[in-house]
Design a binder for this molecule. Structure first.
Ligand SMILES: [Mn+2]
Length: 307
């Protein structure tokens, strides 16, 4: 029987998150009131990860919009929800980040089954695996059973960093950066030509790096799927590499719910067990909502880099 802890300050005592503890316990209203949506979309399950609260990169406004439009029976927080690494370096916690926490806690109180699987950026919460606080279950990993009877292993994904042995930052190189490098390459070449210097392709080097990123993502997906397969489950849900994906790898269903820094995506399970990736930037554009934050370019698609 897991221990129930009602106050997060009891959990965070002695951690570098002392200041945040008060925010968790705040019973007051959120800075931004909940959007009064008549009928929220309801799914069986929602997975989000890599929110990186406590950093400037976090698109908290879009996540707030998502949380105000979508409900589910179960919600998994698949790690890197709070960026403890960055907070340790510099305390950054705008009201919108508090509003995200408020909404997640509220969800638990309203009866959504909440499971929080800390990642590597919020690894300070891993020591509380097995505990429940405020209706949120903290776990190291979980097994989710879908409506159509499949068993999915849910974990953050950094467990495989040592195996993939790649530069993780390469996974964050976007299409826009690539396009910019191509333009920069033309400029560099022109300048070098004028100065009588030999040709040196910046874009070639950039391309190699982006190709590395693509290779890394593929390798990560394959390793995670293989590990899940060897544990006898039909699929795996993870985050970590900020690349939303849904594909079958050697008979194992691989799902990645993406992130709220670059892609702003969530993974959902419909009531019949069908899975879908929601692209919330796209959802907001379709609705005609003003773009609260300029979206960073999405991580390059595998196909776009065949060159
Ligand atoms: Mn991570």
């Amino acid at each position: 029987m897991p221990t129930t802890v009602h106050s997060i300050s009891a959990l965070t005592a002695g951690l570098p998150l002392g200041d945040i503890a008060d925010l968790f316990d705040a019973e007051g209203r959120p800075h931004r009131p909940e959007h009064a949506t008549g009928a929220r979309r309801r799914y069986r399950t929602v997975w989000i990860s890599d929110v990186h609260l406590g950093t400037r990169g976090c698109n908290a406004d879009m996540l707030i919009d998502f949380l105000d439009h979508v409900d589910s029976d179960t919600m998994y927080l698949v790690g890197d929800i709070i960026d403890g690494w960055q907070l340790k370096k510099r305390f950054y916690w705008p009201a919108a980040h508090n509003d995200v926490i408020w909404r997640l806690m509220k969800r638990a109180r309203r009866g959504t089954r909440m499971v929080y699987i800390p990642g590597n950026h919020d690894e300070m919460f891993r020591q509380f695996a097995g505990l429940d606080f405020g209706g949120i279950q903290i776990r190291r990993k979980a097994i989710h059973e879908t409506a159509d009877g499949r068993r999915l292993l849910v974990l953050h994904g950094d467990e495989f960093d040592a195996i993939t042995l790649s530069h993780r930052w390469l996974a964050h190189v976007g299409d826009a950066a690539y396009t910019m490098l191509m333009a920069l390459n033309r400029w560099v070449s022109a300048v070098r030509r004028r100065w009588g210097m030999p040709y040196w392709s910046l874009s070639k080097h950039a391309k190699a790096k982006v190709k590395n990123a693509v290779a890394f993502i593929s390798r990560f997906e394959e390793i995670v799927a293989e590990a899940a397969g060897s544990r006898g489950v039909q699929g795996v849900v993870c985050g970590h590499i900020h690349t939303a994906e849904m594909r079958e790898i050697a008979g194992v269903a691989y799902y990645n719910d993406g992130d709220w820094v670059e892609g702003c995506t969530a993974l959902v399970e419909h009531h019949d067990g069908r899975m879908e990736i929601l692209d919330w930037g796209e959802e907001m554009r379709r609705r005609g909502a003003p773009p609260a934050v300029a979206l960073a370019a999405p991580v390059p698609a595998r196909a776009a880099l065949a060159a």
